[in-house]
Design a protein around this ligand. Structure first.
Ligand SMILES: [Zn+2]
Length: 316
């Protein structure tokens, strides 16, 4: 059984960045994962095994851009970066009340200011793919790194520990069996002439645009790929997925574009030759959300002949 997060310090943020030897560092099993029970695309050990090893080993949780990130523990926001420069992109750092230090990297945006006191489970940021001076420096995920009893500057950035060893696991959950994904595949002869230079919604069947949907009660996890075959491509076209979050009446309250893939013209640009574009996205959807694809022509006269959509997914 887990132990509740350690000693609670007062609301004051004074001295937050100093080593606090009096605070307990034994929070094992109490931290909240940032986005619930989602796929881990790269483990802490996986980061260490890289060549060269990661400069800040952590856990990568695969979620679509714009997913809510929740604080792992009660604590204070002690660092915040809002630019995409450097490998980290935008990040937040949380000094937990137990004295440990947690960083959330590659954010789309942060929702709490520097110095804010936050509660375990509070939404503190939205996930992204930021890093290396770009909003699309990485595939969409959130990277979480953890240091015990000090800051990364004190302990060394490479001396993080495996956050997954410190997360809360429901003791009443039966042993998890690997979910068996459902495979879905559709082929749609679209035959649509694209308008020039504007995003255009891509149907996946004659009746539907939706790639994946979740609700208050049904979560969906999976990997999806869209293949477009087009003629008339002399410059190129772009593909992206848009995540829409909905209110209880089904109205769209916000949209989050996922990273864009650009498909350049091929050497064969005769009117009848086909150019193929492919877009893949691992995703986790929780709450009223849905995904659809968009295409943007970079030259006049592009006709998308066919849309093939495949996904492997499971719901929980
Ligand atoms: Zn990472």
């Amino acid at each position: 059984m887990l132990i509740a997060a350690g000693t609670v310090v007062g609301a004051s943020a004074i001295g937050w960045d100093l080593f606090s030897p009096g605070l307990s560092a034994s929070a094992a099993g109490s931290y909240l994962r940032p986005c619930g029970d989602v796929r881990i695309s790269s483990s802490w050990q996986g980061h260490k095994n890289r060549n060269p090893p990661s400069g800040e080993p952590g856990t990568d949780y695969a979620v679509v851009t714009g997913t809510q990130i929740r604080a792992a523990a009660n604590g204070v926001i002690v660092d915040r970066k809002d630019s995409t420069t450097t490998a980290t992109g935008r990040y937040l750092a949380l000094r937990a009340d137990d004295g440990n230090y947690i960083r959330y990297l590659h954010l789309q945006s942060s929702t709490v200011p520097l110095g804010a006191r936050v509660a375990r489970g509070q939404v503190i940021a939205y996930s992204g793919a930021s890093g290396f001076g770009s909003d699309t420096g990485y595939g969409p995920h959130v990277h979480v790194s953890l240091w015990i009893g000090g800051t990364p500057l004190q302990l060394g950035f490479t001396n993080s520990v495996d956050f997954e060893n410190y997360v809360e696991v429901d003791p009443y959950e039966p042993p998890a069996e690997d979910p068996v994904p459902t495979h879905q595949s559709t082929t749609f002869r679209w035959n649509a002439l694209l308008p020039d230079d504007s995003w255009y919604r891509v149907p996946v069947t004659a009746q539907s645009f939706w790639l994946a949907e979740s609700s208050a009660s049904i979560k969906e996890t999976g990997d999806l790929t869209i293949y477009l075959a087009a003629t008339g491509v002399t410059k190129g076209f772009q593909i992206r997925v848009l995540a829409q979050s909905l209110d209880s009446s089904g109205a769209v309250v916000s949209t989050s574009p996922q990273p864009t893939v650009e498909v350049p013209a091929t050497a064969l640009t005769a009117a009848n030759s086909l150019t193929y574009g492919e877009y893949s996205l691992p995703y986790f959807l929780s709450g009223p959300l849905r995904l659809h694809a968009q295409v943007r022509a970079l030259n006049l006269g592009i006709r998308v002949q066919q849309v093939v959509f495949k996904k492997n997914f499971w719901q929980s």
